[in-house]
Design a binder for this molecule. Structure first.
Ligand SMILES: NC(=O)C1=CN([C@@H]2O[C@H](COP(=O)(O)OP(=O)(O)OC[C@H]3O[C@@H](n4cnc5c(N)ncnc54)[C@H](O)[C@@H]3O)[C@@H](O)[C@H]2O)C=CC1
Ligand SMILES: O=C(O)CCC(=O)C(=O)O
Length: 475
Protein backbone atom coordinates (compact mmCIF):
# COMPACT_ATOMS: atom_id res chain seq x y z
CA UNK A 1 0.00 0.00 0.00
CA UNK A 2 1.53 3.25 -1.07
CA UNK A 3 -0.64 5.81 0.71
CA UNK A 4 0.82 7.99 3.46
CA UNK A 5 -1.01 9.59 6.37
CA UNK A 6 -2.23 12.90 5.03
CA UNK A 7 -2.26 16.19 6.88
CA UNK A 8 -5.54 17.04 5.16
CA UNK A 9 -6.92 20.55 5.02
CA UNK A 10 -10.08 21.44 6.91
CA UNK A 11 -13.13 19.75 5.43
CA UNK A 12 -16.53 21.32 5.90
CA UNK A 13 -19.35 19.36 7.53
CA UNK A 14 -20.95 17.30 4.78
CA UNK A 15 -23.80 14.94 4.09
CA UNK A 16 -22.96 11.30 4.77
CA UNK A 17 -24.04 8.66 2.26
CA UNK A 18 -26.98 7.86 4.58
CA UNK A 19 -28.06 11.50 4.71
CA UNK A 20 -27.03 12.19 8.32
CA UNK A 21 -25.00 15.31 8.97
CA UNK A 22 -22.11 15.30 11.39
CA UNK A 23 -19.76 18.17 12.02
CA UNK A 24 -16.49 18.53 13.83
CA UNK A 25 -14.08 21.35 14.54
CA UNK A 26 -13.19 23.23 11.33
CA UNK A 27 -9.51 22.29 11.68
CA UNK A 28 -10.20 18.55 11.80
CA UNK A 29 -7.85 16.42 9.72
CA UNK A 30 -6.20 13.01 9.98
CA UNK A 31 -3.00 14.72 11.07
CA UNK A 32 -4.80 16.73 13.73
CA UNK A 33 -6.56 13.64 15.07
CA UNK A 34 -3.30 11.70 15.19
CA UNK A 35 -1.60 14.63 16.88
CA UNK A 36 -4.29 14.68 19.55
CA UNK A 37 -4.02 10.92 20.14
CA UNK A 38 -0.23 11.18 20.44
CA UNK A 39 -0.45 14.17 22.78
CA UNK A 40 -3.03 12.50 25.01
CA UNK A 41 -1.23 9.19 25.42
CA UNK A 42 2.37 9.67 24.33
CA UNK A 43 3.56 6.52 26.11
CA UNK A 44 0.97 4.14 24.69
CA UNK A 45 3.24 2.85 21.92
CA UNK A 46 1.16 -0.17 20.90
CA UNK A 47 -2.07 1.82 20.83
CA UNK A 48 -0.49 4.56 18.71
CA UNK A 49 0.92 1.93 16.35
CA UNK A 50 -2.54 0.41 15.81
CA UNK A 51 -4.23 3.79 15.28
CA UNK A 52 -1.56 5.02 12.86
CA UNK A 53 -1.80 1.84 10.80
CA UNK A 54 -5.56 2.14 10.43
CA UNK A 55 -5.63 5.90 9.73
CA UNK A 56 -3.02 5.50 7.01
CA UNK A 57 -5.34 3.09 5.17
CA UNK A 58 -8.33 5.37 5.65
CA UNK A 59 -6.78 8.42 3.97
CA UNK A 60 -8.49 7.88 0.58
CA UNK A 61 -11.82 7.21 2.29
CA UNK A 62 -11.57 10.39 4.36
CA UNK A 63 -10.60 12.39 1.28
CA UNK A 64 -13.77 11.22 -0.41
CA UNK A 65 -15.97 11.34 2.72
CA UNK A 66 -14.75 14.17 4.98
CA UNK A 67 -17.97 13.72 6.97
CA UNK A 68 -16.29 10.65 8.49
CA UNK A 69 -13.54 12.73 10.13
CA UNK A 70 -15.56 13.62 13.24
CA UNK A 71 -16.39 9.92 13.51
CA UNK A 72 -12.68 9.08 13.47
CA UNK A 73 -12.06 11.62 16.19
CA UNK A 74 -14.55 9.75 18.38
CA UNK A 75 -13.49 6.27 17.24
CA UNK A 76 -9.95 6.65 18.61
CA UNK A 77 -11.20 7.41 22.13
CA UNK A 78 -12.62 4.44 24.10
CA UNK A 79 -16.23 4.83 25.23
CA UNK A 80 -15.25 3.54 28.67
CA UNK A 81 -12.07 2.38 30.43
CA UNK A 82 -12.41 0.39 33.63
CA UNK A 83 -9.27 -0.20 35.67
CA UNK A 84 -9.40 -2.04 38.97
CA UNK A 85 -7.45 -3.68 41.75
CA UNK A 86 -7.42 -7.48 41.84
CA UNK A 87 -6.36 -8.63 45.30
CA UNK A 88 -6.13 -12.35 46.13
CA UNK A 89 -4.38 -14.75 48.50
CA UNK A 90 -1.85 -17.24 47.09
CA UNK A 91 -1.44 -20.83 48.32
CA UNK A 92 0.90 -19.66 51.08
CA UNK A 93 -1.77 -17.24 52.31
CA UNK A 94 0.26 -14.26 51.11
CA UNK A 95 -1.62 -11.31 49.58
CA UNK A 96 -1.04 -10.61 45.88
CA UNK A 97 -2.23 -7.49 44.08
CA UNK A 98 -2.71 -7.27 40.32
CA UNK A 99 -4.23 -4.70 38.02
CA UNK A 100 -7.36 -5.47 35.97
CA UNK A 101 -8.67 -3.70 32.85
CA UNK A 102 -11.70 -3.66 30.62
CA UNK A 103 -11.65 -1.20 27.73
CA UNK A 104 -15.15 -0.88 26.24
CA UNK A 105 -14.10 0.77 23.03
CA UNK A 106 -17.08 0.97 20.74
CA UNK A 107 -20.67 -0.24 20.91
CA UNK A 108 -21.93 1.05 17.53
CA UNK A 109 -22.57 -2.38 16.00
CA UNK A 110 -23.55 -4.45 19.04
CA UNK A 111 -22.63 -5.35 22.62
CA UNK A 112 -18.95 -4.84 23.45
CA UNK A 113 -17.07 -8.03 22.55
CA UNK A 114 -13.46 -9.13 22.88
CA UNK A 115 -11.13 -11.32 24.88
CA UNK A 116 -9.32 -11.14 28.22
CA UNK A 117 -5.54 -11.51 28.40
CA UNK A 118 -3.60 -12.51 31.51
CA UNK A 119 0.09 -11.79 31.02
CA UNK A 120 2.72 -9.79 32.94
CA UNK A 121 3.22 -7.56 29.89
CA UNK A 122 -0.38 -6.31 29.99
CA UNK A 123 -0.72 -2.51 30.23
CA UNK A 124 -3.45 -0.07 29.30
CA UNK A 125 -1.67 0.52 25.98
CA UNK A 126 -1.81 -3.18 25.10
CA UNK A 127 -5.48 -3.48 26.03
CA UNK A 128 -6.34 -0.30 24.10
CA UNK A 129 -4.58 -1.46 20.94
CA UNK A 130 -6.35 -4.81 21.16
CA UNK A 131 -9.72 -3.16 21.80
CA UNK A 132 -9.25 -0.72 18.91
CA UNK A 133 -8.38 -3.55 16.49
CA UNK A 134 -11.36 -5.52 17.78
CA UNK A 135 -13.82 -2.80 16.64
CA UNK A 136 -12.91 -3.22 12.97
CA UNK A 137 -12.37 -6.98 13.21
CA UNK A 138 -15.82 -7.53 14.70
CA UNK A 139 -17.32 -5.28 12.04
CA UNK A 140 -15.72 -7.46 9.34
CA UNK A 141 -17.41 -10.59 10.70
CA UNK A 142 -20.83 -9.05 9.77
CA UNK A 143 -22.13 -10.12 13.20
CA UNK A 144 -23.61 -7.64 15.70
CA UNK A 145 -20.63 -7.05 17.98
CA UNK A 146 -18.93 -3.90 19.23
CA UNK A 147 -15.24 -3.82 20.21
CA UNK A 148 -13.65 -4.33 23.63
CA UNK A 149 -10.70 -6.01 25.32
CA UNK A 150 -9.59 -6.63 28.87
CA UNK A 151 -7.13 -8.45 31.02
CA UNK A 152 -4.58 -8.24 33.77
CA UNK A 153 -0.85 -8.23 34.43
CA UNK A 154 -1.41 -11.51 36.35
CA UNK A 155 1.11 -14.19 35.31
CA UNK A 156 -0.45 -17.66 35.48
CA UNK A 157 2.90 -19.37 34.83
CA UNK A 158 3.86 -21.46 37.85
CA UNK A 159 0.54 -20.83 39.62
CA UNK A 160 -1.58 -23.70 40.96
CA UNK A 161 -5.16 -24.29 39.73
CA UNK A 162 -6.33 -23.00 43.10
CA UNK A 163 -4.38 -19.76 42.70
CA UNK A 164 -5.71 -19.25 39.18
CA UNK A 165 -9.25 -19.80 40.50
CA UNK A 166 -8.74 -17.33 43.34
CA UNK A 167 -7.40 -14.74 40.92
CA UNK A 168 -10.29 -15.26 38.44
CA UNK A 169 -12.86 -14.97 41.23
CA UNK A 170 -11.35 -11.71 42.46
CA UNK A 171 -11.11 -10.37 38.87
CA UNK A 172 -14.80 -11.14 38.24
CA UNK A 173 -15.83 -9.66 41.58
CA UNK A 174 -15.21 -6.24 40.02
CA UNK A 175 -15.78 -7.03 36.33
CA UNK A 176 -19.30 -8.48 36.76
CA UNK A 177 -20.92 -5.06 37.26
CA UNK A 178 -19.67 -3.86 33.85
CA UNK A 179 -20.67 -6.84 31.66
CA UNK A 180 -23.78 -8.76 30.57
CA UNK A 181 -25.09 -10.70 27.57
CA UNK A 182 -26.44 -7.52 25.93
CA UNK A 183 -23.78 -5.19 27.34
CA UNK A 184 -20.32 -6.70 27.08
CA UNK A 185 -19.34 -10.32 26.46
CA UNK A 186 -15.68 -11.15 27.23
CA UNK A 187 -13.86 -14.29 26.04
CA UNK A 188 -10.34 -15.73 26.14
CA UNK A 189 -7.03 -14.50 24.76
CA UNK A 190 -3.43 -15.21 25.83
CA UNK A 191 -3.46 -17.40 28.96
CA UNK A 192 -7.24 -17.32 29.21
CA UNK A 193 -8.72 -20.60 27.98
CA UNK A 194 -11.38 -23.07 29.07
CA UNK A 195 -10.11 -23.33 32.67
CA UNK A 196 -10.17 -19.58 33.26
CA UNK A 197 -13.51 -19.01 31.47
CA UNK A 198 -14.99 -21.69 33.78
CA UNK A 199 -13.75 -19.97 36.94
CA UNK A 200 -14.90 -16.55 35.66
CA UNK A 201 -18.35 -17.85 34.71
CA UNK A 202 -18.78 -19.60 38.08
CA UNK A 203 -18.08 -16.37 39.94
CA UNK A 204 -20.33 -14.28 37.65
CA UNK A 205 -23.19 -16.68 38.35
CA UNK A 206 -22.55 -16.60 42.09
CA UNK A 207 -22.63 -12.78 42.10
CA UNK A 208 -25.60 -12.21 39.80
CA UNK A 209 -27.66 -15.42 40.09
CA UNK A 210 -28.03 -15.21 36.29
CA UNK A 211 -27.24 -18.16 34.05
CA UNK A 212 -26.69 -16.38 30.75
CA UNK A 213 -24.34 -16.03 27.80
CA UNK A 214 -22.07 -13.45 29.41
CA UNK A 215 -18.80 -15.08 28.32
CA UNK A 216 -17.85 -17.06 25.24
CA UNK A 217 -15.39 -19.91 25.01
CA UNK A 218 -17.45 -21.85 27.55
CA UNK A 219 -17.30 -25.65 27.76
CA UNK A 220 -19.78 -27.52 25.59
CA UNK A 221 -21.71 -28.95 28.54
CA UNK A 222 -22.66 -25.51 29.86
CA UNK A 223 -23.30 -23.25 26.90
CA UNK A 224 -20.18 -23.37 24.73
CA UNK A 225 -20.14 -23.73 20.97
CA UNK A 226 -18.64 -26.58 19.04
CA UNK A 227 -15.48 -25.39 17.24
CA UNK A 228 -14.89 -22.26 19.37
CA UNK A 229 -11.50 -23.60 20.55
CA UNK A 230 -10.51 -24.37 16.96
CA UNK A 231 -12.11 -21.29 15.38
CA UNK A 232 -9.25 -18.77 15.25
CA UNK A 233 -6.74 -21.23 13.79
CA UNK A 234 -9.24 -22.83 11.41
CA UNK A 235 -10.52 -19.41 10.33
CA UNK A 236 -6.97 -18.21 9.68
CA UNK A 237 -6.32 -21.12 7.35
CA UNK A 238 -9.71 -20.72 5.63
CA UNK A 239 -8.84 -17.07 5.00
CA UNK A 240 -5.40 -18.01 3.64
CA UNK A 241 -7.05 -20.58 1.40
CA UNK A 242 -9.46 -17.95 0.03
CA UNK A 243 -6.64 -15.52 -0.72
CA UNK A 244 -4.59 -18.21 -2.44
CA UNK A 245 -7.61 -19.46 -4.38
CA UNK A 246 -8.18 -15.90 -5.60
CA UNK A 247 -4.65 -16.06 -7.05
CA UNK A 248 -5.18 -19.49 -8.63
CA UNK A 249 -3.04 -21.24 -5.99
CA UNK A 250 -3.58 -23.88 -3.30
CA UNK A 251 -2.19 -24.41 0.19
CA UNK A 252 -1.71 -28.10 -0.53
CA UNK A 253 1.97 -29.01 -0.37
CA UNK A 254 3.09 -25.53 0.75
CA UNK A 255 5.68 -25.41 3.56
CA UNK A 256 4.43 -23.17 6.34
CA UNK A 257 6.13 -21.47 9.29
CA UNK A 258 3.94 -21.11 12.37
CA UNK A 259 5.00 -19.24 15.53
CA UNK A 260 3.48 -19.66 19.00
CA UNK A 261 2.21 -22.95 20.33
CA UNK A 262 -0.96 -21.86 22.08
CA UNK A 263 -4.58 -22.04 21.01
CA UNK A 264 -4.25 -20.21 17.70
CA UNK A 265 -1.01 -21.93 16.62
CA UNK A 266 -2.27 -25.42 17.52
CA UNK A 267 -5.44 -25.25 15.44
CA UNK A 268 -3.68 -23.46 12.60
CA UNK A 269 -1.38 -26.46 12.32
CA UNK A 270 -4.34 -28.86 12.59
CA UNK A 271 -6.24 -27.21 9.72
CA UNK A 272 -3.07 -26.93 7.61
CA UNK A 273 -2.68 -30.70 8.01
CA UNK A 274 -6.34 -31.26 7.03
CA UNK A 275 -5.68 -29.32 3.82
CA UNK A 276 -2.45 -31.10 2.92
CA UNK A 277 -0.06 -28.24 3.72
CA UNK A 278 3.26 -28.81 5.49
CA UNK A 279 3.58 -26.88 8.78
CA UNK A 280 7.20 -27.18 9.98
CA UNK A 281 7.64 -24.93 13.05
CA UNK A 282 6.07 -23.94 16.38
CA UNK A 283 7.55 -21.71 19.10
CA UNK A 284 7.22 -20.09 22.49
CA UNK A 285 8.97 -17.14 24.10
CA UNK A 286 12.09 -19.31 24.73
CA UNK A 287 12.70 -20.73 21.26
CA UNK A 288 11.26 -22.76 18.37
CA UNK A 289 10.99 -26.35 17.19
CA UNK A 290 11.61 -27.32 13.58
CA UNK A 291 10.13 -30.51 12.11
CA UNK A 292 11.93 -30.67 8.76
CA UNK A 293 9.38 -33.03 7.19
CA UNK A 294 6.41 -31.38 8.83
CA UNK A 295 4.14 -32.10 11.78
CA UNK A 296 1.80 -35.10 11.60
CA UNK A 297 -1.48 -35.60 13.50
CA UNK A 298 0.41 -37.70 16.12
CA UNK A 299 3.09 -35.08 16.58
CA UNK A 300 0.51 -32.32 16.86
CA UNK A 301 -1.39 -34.36 19.45
CA UNK A 302 1.77 -34.42 21.52
CA UNK A 303 2.00 -30.61 21.31
CA UNK A 304 -1.63 -30.38 22.48
CA UNK A 305 -0.88 -32.69 25.44
CA UNK A 306 2.21 -30.70 26.38
CA UNK A 307 0.49 -27.33 26.13
CA UNK A 308 -3.11 -27.99 27.17
CA UNK A 309 -2.53 -30.58 29.92
CA UNK A 310 1.03 -30.17 31.18
CA UNK A 311 1.39 -26.45 30.41
CA UNK A 312 5.03 -27.26 29.49
CA UNK A 313 7.60 -25.41 27.36
CA UNK A 314 7.77 -26.28 23.65
CA UNK A 315 11.38 -27.49 24.12
CA UNK A 316 9.92 -30.58 25.88
CA UNK A 317 8.63 -31.76 22.48
CA UNK A 318 12.03 -33.02 21.31
CA UNK A 319 12.22 -35.41 24.27
CA UNK A 320 9.59 -37.52 22.50
CA UNK A 321 10.23 -36.72 18.84
CA UNK A 322 13.90 -36.61 17.85
CA UNK A 323 12.84 -35.86 14.28
CA UNK A 324 12.67 -32.23 15.38
CA UNK A 325 15.34 -29.78 16.46
CA UNK A 326 14.82 -27.18 19.16
CA UNK A 327 16.52 -23.82 18.63
CA UNK A 328 16.84 -21.91 21.88
CA UNK A 329 16.48 -18.13 22.02
CA UNK A 330 15.44 -17.74 18.38
CA UNK A 331 12.33 -17.25 16.26
CA UNK A 332 11.33 -19.50 13.37
CA UNK A 333 11.52 -16.82 10.67
CA UNK A 334 14.85 -17.78 9.13
CA UNK A 335 13.90 -21.39 8.37
CA UNK A 336 14.20 -21.64 4.60
CA UNK A 337 12.17 -23.31 1.83
CA UNK A 338 8.89 -22.13 3.32
CA UNK A 339 6.32 -20.22 1.29
CA UNK A 340 3.80 -19.10 3.90
CA UNK A 341 4.27 -17.63 7.39
CA UNK A 342 1.59 -17.59 10.11
CA UNK A 343 2.74 -15.50 13.12
CA UNK A 344 0.46 -16.78 15.91
CA UNK A 345 2.20 -15.77 19.17
CA UNK A 346 2.01 -12.11 20.16
CA UNK A 347 2.26 -8.44 19.11
CA UNK A 348 5.37 -7.18 17.35
CA UNK A 349 6.96 -10.63 17.22
CA UNK A 350 8.03 -9.98 13.60
CA UNK A 351 10.47 -7.06 13.51
CA UNK A 352 11.92 -5.39 10.43
CA UNK A 353 14.96 -7.73 10.58
CA UNK A 354 12.71 -10.80 10.98
CA UNK A 355 10.61 -9.69 8.01
CA UNK A 356 13.75 -9.32 5.91
CA UNK A 357 14.78 -12.86 6.95
CA UNK A 358 11.38 -14.17 5.87
CA UNK A 359 11.70 -12.46 2.51
CA UNK A 360 15.29 -13.71 2.05
CA UNK A 361 14.18 -17.24 2.97
CA UNK A 362 11.58 -17.17 0.17
CA UNK A 363 8.29 -16.55 1.98
CA UNK A 364 5.64 -15.13 -0.36
CA UNK A 365 2.59 -14.87 1.93
CA UNK A 366 2.12 -13.72 5.53
CA UNK A 367 -1.20 -14.36 7.30
CA UNK A 368 -1.45 -13.04 10.85
CA UNK A 369 -2.98 -15.25 13.54
CA UNK A 370 -1.79 -13.13 16.47
CA UNK A 371 -2.98 -9.55 16.93
CA UNK A 372 -0.58 -7.01 15.35
CA UNK A 373 2.34 -9.49 15.23
CA UNK A 374 4.22 -7.44 12.61
CA UNK A 375 5.79 -4.07 13.42
CA UNK A 376 5.06 -1.18 11.04
CA UNK A 377 8.60 -1.59 9.65
CA UNK A 378 8.04 -5.32 9.08
CA UNK A 379 4.88 -4.61 7.09
CA UNK A 380 6.81 -2.13 4.95
CA UNK A 381 9.37 -4.86 4.21
CA UNK A 382 6.62 -7.32 3.14
CA UNK A 383 5.00 -4.81 0.85
CA UNK A 384 8.25 -3.65 -0.75
CA UNK A 385 9.15 -7.28 -1.47
CA UNK A 386 5.71 -8.05 -2.93
CA UNK A 387 4.81 -10.46 -0.12
CA UNK A 388 1.01 -10.83 0.08
CA UNK A 389 -0.01 -9.58 3.50
CA UNK A 390 -3.18 -10.82 5.26
CA UNK A 391 -3.61 -8.56 8.33
CA UNK A 392 -4.70 -9.84 11.73
CA UNK A 393 -8.03 -8.08 11.96
CA UNK A 394 -9.19 -9.99 8.87
CA UNK A 395 -7.16 -13.20 9.10
CA UNK A 396 -7.79 -14.03 12.77
CA UNK A 397 -11.44 -12.93 12.92
CA UNK A 398 -12.66 -16.54 12.94
CA UNK A 399 -12.34 -16.77 16.74
CA UNK A 400 -14.57 -13.84 17.54
CA UNK A 401 -16.89 -14.85 14.69
CA UNK A 402 -17.57 -18.21 16.36
CA UNK A 403 -17.91 -16.35 19.67
CA UNK A 404 -20.69 -14.40 17.93
CA UNK A 405 -22.22 -17.71 16.88
CA UNK A 406 -21.93 -18.94 20.49
CA UNK A 407 -23.89 -15.84 21.58
CA UNK A 408 -26.57 -16.64 18.98
CA UNK A 409 -26.82 -20.24 20.24
CA UNK A 410 -27.04 -19.02 23.86
CA UNK A 411 -29.88 -16.64 22.93
CA UNK A 412 -31.74 -19.47 21.21
CA UNK A 413 -30.83 -21.89 24.02
CA UNK A 414 -30.13 -24.41 21.29
CA UNK A 415 -26.72 -25.72 20.18
CA UNK A 416 -25.74 -26.06 16.54
CA UNK A 417 -23.89 -29.00 14.96
CA UNK A 418 -20.21 -28.88 14.16
CA UNK A 419 -21.00 -28.85 10.45
CA UNK A 420 -23.34 -25.88 10.84
CA UNK A 421 -20.74 -23.85 12.79
CA UNK A 422 -17.91 -24.80 10.41
CA UNK A 423 -20.01 -23.91 7.40
CA UNK A 424 -20.83 -20.48 8.85
CA UNK A 425 -17.17 -19.91 9.82
CA UNK A 426 -16.03 -20.68 6.27
CA UNK A 427 -18.71 -18.35 4.87
CA UNK A 428 -17.62 -15.52 7.19
CA UNK A 429 -13.91 -15.89 6.31
CA UNK A 430 -14.81 -15.93 2.61
CA UNK A 431 -16.88 -12.77 2.97
CA UNK A 432 -14.09 -11.02 4.90
CA UNK A 433 -11.79 -11.72 1.97
CA UNK A 434 -14.25 -10.62 -0.72
CA UNK A 435 -15.38 -7.51 1.17
CA UNK A 436 -11.77 -6.47 1.82
CA UNK A 437 -10.85 -6.89 -1.84
CA UNK A 438 -13.92 -4.99 -2.98
CA UNK A 439 -13.18 -2.10 -0.60
CA UNK A 440 -9.53 -1.89 -1.71
CA UNK A 441 -10.57 -1.83 -5.35
CA UNK A 442 -13.29 0.77 -4.71
CA UNK A 443 -10.52 3.05 -3.41
CA UNK A 444 -8.25 2.54 -6.37
CA UNK A 445 -5.99 -0.36 -5.42
CA UNK A 446 -5.30 -3.20 -7.82
CA UNK A 447 -6.31 -6.67 -6.64
CA UNK A 448 -2.69 -7.69 -7.20
CA UNK A 449 -1.32 -5.00 -4.88
CA UNK A 450 0.34 -6.84 -1.94
CA UNK A 451 -1.20 -4.28 0.43
CA UNK A 452 -4.77 -4.60 -0.89
CA UNK A 453 -5.91 -6.96 1.89
CA UNK A 454 -4.59 -4.63 4.59
CA UNK A 455 -6.16 -1.46 3.20
CA UNK A 456 -9.36 -3.30 2.28
CA UNK A 457 -9.84 -4.78 5.76
CA UNK A 458 -9.35 -1.40 7.42
CA UNK A 459 -11.71 0.35 4.99
CA UNK A 460 -14.46 -2.29 4.95
CA UNK A 461 -14.38 -2.65 8.74
CA UNK A 462 -14.38 1.11 9.28
CA UNK A 463 -17.16 2.14 6.87
CA UNK A 464 -19.78 -0.02 8.63
CA UNK A 465 -18.84 1.35 12.04
CA UNK A 466 -18.70 4.93 10.74
CA UNK A 467 -22.14 4.69 9.18
CA UNK A 468 -23.58 3.28 12.40
CA UNK A 469 -21.93 6.03 14.46
CA UNK A 470 -23.26 8.73 12.14
CA UNK A 471 -26.78 7.29 12.37
CA UNK A 472 -26.61 7.10 16.16
CA UNK A 473 -25.62 10.75 16.62
CA UNK A 474 -22.76 12.46 18.43
CA UNK A 475 -22.42 10.23 21.51
N1 LIG B 1 -7.60 -17.22 21.28
C1 LIG B 1 -8.26 -16.58 20.33
O1 LIG B 1 -9.40 -16.91 19.99
C2 LIG B 1 -7.63 -15.44 19.62
C3 LIG B 1 -6.32 -15.08 19.84
N2 LIG B 1 -5.75 -14.11 19.08
C4 LIG B 1 -4.36 -13.72 19.26
O2 LIG B 1 -3.50 -14.82 18.99
C5 LIG B 1 -2.29 -14.71 19.75
C6 LIG B 1 -2.08 -15.97 20.53
O3 LIG B 1 -3.18 -16.16 21.43
P1 LIG B 1 -3.61 -17.58 21.97
O4 LIG B 1 -3.09 -18.65 21.09
O5 LIG B 1 -5.05 -17.50 22.24
O6 LIG B 1 -2.88 -17.59 23.37
P2 LIG B 1 -2.27 -18.81 24.18
O7 LIG B 1 -2.12 -18.33 25.56
O8 LIG B 1 -3.05 -20.05 23.94
O9 LIG B 1 -0.86 -18.97 23.48
C7 LIG B 1 0.06 -17.92 23.38
C8 LIG B 1 1.29 -18.49 22.77
O10 LIG B 1 2.18 -17.46 22.41
C9 LIG B 1 3.44 -17.75 22.97
N3 LIG B 1 4.10 -16.50 23.28
C10 LIG B 1 3.71 -15.56 24.16
N4 LIG B 1 4.60 -14.57 24.18
C11 LIG B 1 5.55 -14.89 23.27
C12 LIG B 1 6.72 -14.28 22.81
N5 LIG B 1 7.11 -13.11 23.32
N6 LIG B 1 7.44 -14.90 21.86
C13 LIG B 1 7.05 -16.08 21.34
N7 LIG B 1 5.94 -16.71 21.75
C14 LIG B 1 5.22 -16.13 22.69
C15 LIG B 1 3.17 -18.56 24.20
O11 LIG B 1 4.27 -19.34 24.54
C16 LIG B 1 2.01 -19.41 23.72
O12 LIG B 1 2.46 -20.51 23.04
C17 LIG B 1 -2.46 -13.44 20.58
O13 LIG B 1 -1.92 -12.36 19.86
C18 LIG B 1 -3.97 -13.26 20.67
O14 LIG B 1 -4.34 -11.93 20.91
C19 LIG B 1 -6.43 -13.50 18.07
C20 LIG B 1 -7.73 -13.82 17.81
C21 LIG B 1 -8.46 -14.74 18.64
O1 LIG C 1 -13.91 -14.39 21.03
C1 LIG C 1 -13.82 -13.25 21.42
O2 LIG C 1 -14.74 -12.59 21.88
C2 LIG C 1 -12.51 -12.50 21.38
C3 LIG C 1 -11.46 -13.04 20.52
C4 LIG C 1 -10.31 -12.11 20.61
O3 LIG C 1 -9.91 -11.73 21.69
C5 LIG C 1 -9.69 -11.58 19.40
O4 LIG C 1 -10.30 -11.66 18.34
O5 LIG C 1 -8.59 -11.03 19.50
Amino acid sequence: MATATKEASAPAAADSPNGVKDSGPPSLSVGAILGKVRARDPHQAEFLQAVEEVLRSLTPVLDKHPEYLPVVERLVEPERVVQFRVAWLDDAGVQQVNRGFRVQFNQALGPYKGGLRFHPSVTLSIIKFLGFEQILKNSLTTLAMGGAKGGSDFDPRGKSDNEVMKFCQSFMTELFRHIGPDTDVPAGDINVGGREIGFLFGQYKRLTVHYEGVLTGKALQWGGSLLRPEATGYGLVYYAQEVLRGMGKDLKGMRCLVSGSGNVAQYTVEKLLHLGALPVTLSDSSGYIYEKDGFTPDRLQHVLDLKQKKRARISEYTKKFNTAVYVDGAKPWAVDSAVVAFPCATQNEVTEADAQRLVDAGVKYVFEGANMPSTAEAIAVYLRAGVVYGPAKAANAGGVAVSGLEMAQNSQRFPWSKEEVDDKLQGIMRSIYTESMAAAQEYGMAATDPGALQAGANIAGFVKVAEAMLSQGCV
